[in-house]
Design a protein around this ligand. Structure first.
Ligand code: CO
Length: 510
């Protein structure tokens, strides 16, 4: 067991902070520097989104969530890989690049230069399009939860403009960054359904729940009223329900309106207050919305949820409380040890009695849970996360972590001491290839000839290596991530620590 000494801690923090340097360059190329082999069955395109610029013409953003969105695409076929990164040409990005200075206030803390007078009563938000990527029906959207999505060309990543989804969204309507895909929707004869939501915030909140078919046609839309301010980043779905966790945060908009702080800096944790689990019906025949009190905390992301009769199981990454970045703090000097770690926690809710039980799986700090796409909303066994290198305490995300929720077994692949990981994306091995036992560079493994298991696939993650100030795309065998990468694809430049990604089986080669 290695203890992190203060001096080493400083190095770790400066390494991590360097991963938040802006990446102003855009590239497109065949990836040539590959350690190991890209599995020949890996077929499709990985999209990742995150802040690409952490400054505007030298003025640093105050919070990485305010950075301009940059989408990365890596397409795979026959062991070859093609890379591209492009900024989303949002109205704000184009205007600020032209002006050579910040013109907007960021939601999470970035103020325009000039102090509070320059910021007072400027309530325009900059849609930075930096949070999620949604490939669906041949369309590619860059998502930002407080406004409309931007549509991109899925091959070139050129920005095609705001996408209001054929009139489903009105100007300014929100479309969240955390959609989920029901692999077999009971309301659509077992066809897949894309479930997403949008919040219209205020003293009370309108929550719009949208569902789309595989051709991106709206098949369900329900609006729910929540009688207070709500800050909801993610949703979990089951066949019958859409589930939200409303955390105990209050919102004080006055300092924002006066220009003293940004919109999200008006959020404050309310210690001692409960969280609320909001259970919404996906279909009117399911019944009315319901709400349940649980011990307070803060959740950004859910791993999954499923139904067991009238019991709901919801797995999420829970923090003791919400932590913002106050106006005087530079996020690059954040003290990880002083912040509460996120822990993977199961909430078991009896819908009849309202009884709730919670169980934390492990003490390791973690974020960005993902799973096999066919298990969304269903009982499942394996979850994969980005995690801290140390088994306890808080720290930057440096490892890819697999948990077997049935047996409790776990595996870890760590990029520490100088590597930092992004959210992993799980890609199932194509069923036909797995059944046929097709030969691939990673064959020779006796498990290859068994029938497909829930963890039969790959984990794709961008890894920032501070030693080289470059990022790599790492491909792990999801069955045995601790064995280390099957392939490590060198990009030759760094990608700032990002947010969310997605995989589509479509290949976009030039
Ligand atoms: Co998120």
């Amino acid at each position: 067991m290695t203890l992190t000494l203060p001096e080493a801690g400083a190095t770790l923090l400066s390494d991590w902070a360097r991963g938040y340097e802006s990446q102003p360059e855009e590239h497109s190329f065949w990836i040539e520097h590959i350690e190991g082999h890209v599995p020949v069955e890996l077929h499709g395109t990985l999209y990742r989104n995150g802040p690409g610029l952490l400054d505007v013409a030298g003025y640093p953003v105050h919070h990485p969530f305010d950075g301009d969105g940059m989408v990365v695409a890596i397409s795979f076929r026959d062991g070859q890989a093609y890379y591209r990164n492009r900024f989303v040409r949002t109205e704000g990005f184009l205007a600020e690049q032209r002006a050579g200075r910040p013109l907007y206030r960021g939601v999470f803390g970035t103020q325009r230069p000039g102090g509070w007078l320059a910021n007072a009563l400027d309530l325009r938000l900059k849609n930075v399009a930096n949070t999620g990527a949604l490939p669906w029906a041949g369309r590619l959207l860059a998502l930002w939860e407080a406004a409309e999505p931007h549509r991109l060309d899925p091959l070139t990543l050129d920005t095609l403009g705001l996408d209001r989804l054929e009139g489903v969204l009105r100007p300014g309507d929100a479309f969240a960054a955390h959609y989920h895909i029901d692999p077999a929707s009971p309301w659509d004869d077992g066809a897949p359904a894309l479930v997403n939501f949008g919040l219209k915030p205020g003293l009370s909140t309108t929550l719009n729940l949208y569902e789309f078919d595989p051709a991106f046609r709206l098949v369900r839309h329900n609006a729910f009223e929540i009688d207070r301010f709500a800050f909801l980043h993610d949703v979990a779905i089951t066949p019958r329900f859409a589930i939200f966790i409303q955390n105990p945060v209050r919102y004080d908009a006055l300092p924002y309106a006066l220009g003293l702080q940004s919109a999200a800096q008006g959020l404050a944790s309310q210690p001692g207050r409960p969280s609320t689990i909001i259970v919404l019906p996906r279909h009117p025949s399911v019944g009315a919305p319901r709400a349940f009190r649980v011990p307070g905390g803060f959740v950004w992301h859910h791993a999954n949820a499923f139904e067991d009769g009238d019991v709901l199981v919801i797995d999420s990454v829970w923090y003791a409380s919400y932590v913002g970045i106050d106006p005087r703090t530079n996020f690059r000097q954040i003290d990880f040890a002083a912040l509460p770690p996120g822990k993977l926690t199961r909430t078991i809710l009896d819908l009849r009695s309202g009884a709730v039980r919670c169980r934390t799986f492990d003490q390791r700090a973690c974020e960005f849970p993902v799973l096999h796409p066919a298990k969304v909303g269903r009982p499942y066994r394996y979850v994969y996360l980005a995690a801290a290198d140390a088994p306890e305490g808080n720290g930057p995300l440096q490892a890819i972590w697999k948990l077997d929720l049935e047996s409790g077994a776990q595996e870890l692949w760590s990029a520490a001491p100088r590597g930092f990981v992004s959210e992993p994306v799980f890609v199932p091995r194509p069923r036909s290839a797995a059944v046929a036992g097709a030969v691939s560079p990673d064959s020779g493994d006796p498990e290859r000839n068994s029938s497909p298991t829930e963890d039969d696939g790959w984990l794709l993650a961008l890894v920032y290596d501070a030693a080289r100030h470059e990022s790599d795309l790492v491909i792990l065998d999801a069955r045995r991530p601790a064995r280390g990468p099957l392939a490590r694809l060198s990009l030759g430049h760094h990608i700032p620590h990002g947010l969310h990604g997605a995989f589509t089986s479509r290949v976009y080669f030039p």
